[in-house]
Design a binder for this molecule. Structure first.
Ligand SMILES: CCCCC/C=C\C/C=C\C/C=C\C/C=C\CCCC(=O)SCCNC(=O)CCNC(=O)[C@H](O)C(C)(C)COP(=O)(O)OP(=O)(O)OC[C@H]1O[C@@H](n2cnc3c(N)ncnc32)[C@H](O)[C@@H]1OP(=O)(O)O
Length: 206
């Protein structure tokens, strides 16, 4: 598993965020534009060649596999490849997840055309993706890893594409198992309810 430490300080983290964040954002826009564009065929072919060329330039030097979760010397986690929150992942919406003093985790975000399932509605698997992440981060205690054992969802009504909110809180802890509850909501209230059992794996126990 790729948990690694990078020997970098806060200013280097900030420099990398300022460099890679805008690249990811423009690729995210490219994904949306690819779905929604109605320009003429020649323009599509030209843009295809330009994107191919840009991709080849980025691949001139790249890592062998996924980004992994990297920690700085200060112990800050850089989950920059993460599918939900990753700073360098254009597939990630991305979510910024804040923690209240009472431990509740919350996020407000917008899911656009790239997350569609039924017409105009969020794909059920995307609802699960977002909820797995926020419940999973809520379950994390200190630097202990916590893996989703079971995630149960109740889709109460359709989730429209657009502005949404998610929240999660720990319900109870039983030994190595943390039970977390949460929900996804639109402006009219809850659309999906979630319950998760997150487990400190055997290999990470003292
Ligand atoms: C990903 C964690 C990273 C953490 C790093 C920290 C900081 C990083 C910085 C930023 C964080 C960024 C992202 C992380 C946050 C969220 C990510 C979302 C979470 C995920 O996306 S994660 C991927 C999907 N997830 C898996 O890929 C798990 C595959 N699986 C396994 O790795 C094992 O299967 C495991 C570990 C689940 C259990 O294995 P094990 O050997 O440790 O468990 P063991 O047998 O000892 O059981 C102990 C007790 O759990 C009960 N139990 C066992 N399995 C259960 C189950 N499935 N459901 C309910 N209860 C279960 C038993 O019944 C017993 O209960 P009891 O004690 O009462 O008898």
């Amino acid at each position: 598993m790729r948990f690694t430490v990078e020997d970098i300080d806060t200013s280097e983290v900030a420099r990398r965020k300022a460099l890679y964040g805008p690249l990811t954002e423009v690729v995210r826009e490219l994904i949306d534009a690819t779905i929604r564009t109605e320009v003429d065929d020649d323009t599509i072919r030209e843009v295809h060649a330009q994107v191919r060329a840009a991709t080849d330039r980025l691949r001139a030097r790249q890592s062998d596999g996924p980004f992994g979760v990297r920690f700085t010397n200060d112990g800050d986690g850089m989950a920059w490849g993460n599918a939900v929150i990753g700073l360098r992942n254009a597939i990630a919406p991305p979510l910024t997840i804040a923690r209240d003093p009472d431990g509740t985790h919350r996020s407000q975000f917008v899911l656009g055309a790239a997350y569609e399932g039924p017409p105009g509605l969020v794909h059920g698997g995307i609802c699960a993706l977002v909820l797995d992440q926020i419940l999973g981060m809520t379950a994390l205690a200190g630097d202990k890893p916590s893996f989703t054992g079971t995630l149960t969802l109740r889709f109460r009504r359709s989730t429209p594409l657009g502005p949404l909110r998610a929240q999660a809180r720990v319900d109870r802890v039983e030994g190595v198992k943390t039970f977390v509850v949460g929900s996804l909501s639109d402006a009219d209230g809850v659309t999906v309810e979630a319950e998760g059992v997150f487990i400190l794996p055997a290999w990470a126990r003292e």
